[in-house]
Design a protein around this ligand. Structure first.
Ligand SMILES: [Zn+2]
Length: 293
């Protein structure tokens, strides 16, 4: 029996020794963990980071103060070019002199909805590459899409009223427009030219998308066109063919032009219908109305 108790005693002592050794190792390991370098390394770096930031900030601020445009932002589109005015701002009865306006240069991409007016100019060499001579137009030309729409509108007008339309003036070159504006200014007056004639580069006729029309059989541009049965029909139905009556009296402040009963502009059926339904000028649509002083 005493041998048996002796064996138990030995096992108990061995177990206690193991427990003690484990406890001692655990305490030692914990004491080491407090001295592990990783946490402290970060803690040491953080203040020096802050220090670096603190010293960098004033440097940047100083640089910004002296050269405010040293951080250019990426621009999605190229900076526009302009045709600078050749005289001081000038107005005649609410119509600006186009020569006194800084006009942004427009580079058409083939779209039929492009805005050209006193403030948006084409370059001297711009000419559409798809001009064609429609029927019922003498020698006049329009861009192909506008020409096809014009012919369709002619047919519908003829069927509805018994009389067709006639294209007096379609595409006009920069140089022809220059002749027309100069002649109007010299023969009529500068005030008249400013409300009725586009300056060279600023005419939708150079786009090949504008047309001056009369009832078939006449070759005269007339204020009375809107009073004729043909004029009334065209006014009411032109949007169905993609045209708008571009310069209407109630929009003079917006467009910069007086009422023109004979001048129509092709913009495509979708936009023409939208503008007609909303009784809106092209300038108002683009939020680019003439700005009076
Ligand atoms: Zn015209």
């Amino acid at each position: 029996m005493s041998k048996k108790y002796g064996r138990y005693f030995t096992r108990l002592v061995t177990l206690l020794c193991l427990l003690f050794a484990t406890a001692v190792f655990t305490i030692y390991a914990n004491s080491l963990q407090g001295k592990l370098p990783s946490g402290n390394v970060k803690a040491d770096v953080m203040p020096s980071d802050q220090l670096a930031t603190e010293t960098t900030v004033p440097t940047t601020a100083t640089a910004t103060e002296t050269t405010p445009e040293t951080t250019p932002e990426p621009t999605p589109t190229p900076e526009p070019d302009y045709v600078e005015p050749i005289m001081k701002e000038a107005w005649y009865n609410g119509y600006s002199d186009p020569r006194s306006v800084r006009a942004e240069i427009v580079v058409p991409d083939g779209s039929v909805t492009v805005l050209v007016n006193k403030y948006y100019t084409l370059t001297e060499d711009y000419e559409p590459d798809d001009l064609v001579n429609p029927k019922h137009a003498g020698e006049q030309k329009l861009r192909k899409e506008a020409a096809e729409a014009y012919e369709k509108m002619y047919d519908a007008c003829k069927e509805a009223t018994g009389q067709g339309i006639y294209l007096i003036s379609g595409y006009r070159s920069f140089s022809l427009q220059k002749t027309l504006f100069t002649r109007s200014m010299n023969k009529r007056s500068l005030a008249f030219a400013c409300k009725r004639n586009a300056y060279q580069g600023r005419s939708e006729h150079q786009l090949g998308l504008a047309m001056d029309i009369s009832p078939e059989g006449s070759t005269v541009i007339s204020d009375d066109f809107g009073k004729t049965k043909v004029g009334k029909w065209v006014d009411e139905h032109c949007h169905e063919y993609g045209f708008i009556r571009r310069f209407q009296g109630q929009w003079s402040d917006e467009t910069g032009y007086d009422n023109e009963a004979w001048h129509y502009r092709y913009v495509g059926v979708e936009l023409a219908t939208y503008l007609t339904e909303h009784d809106m000028s092209l300038e108002a649509y683009y939020d680019k109305c003439q700005v009076k002083p």
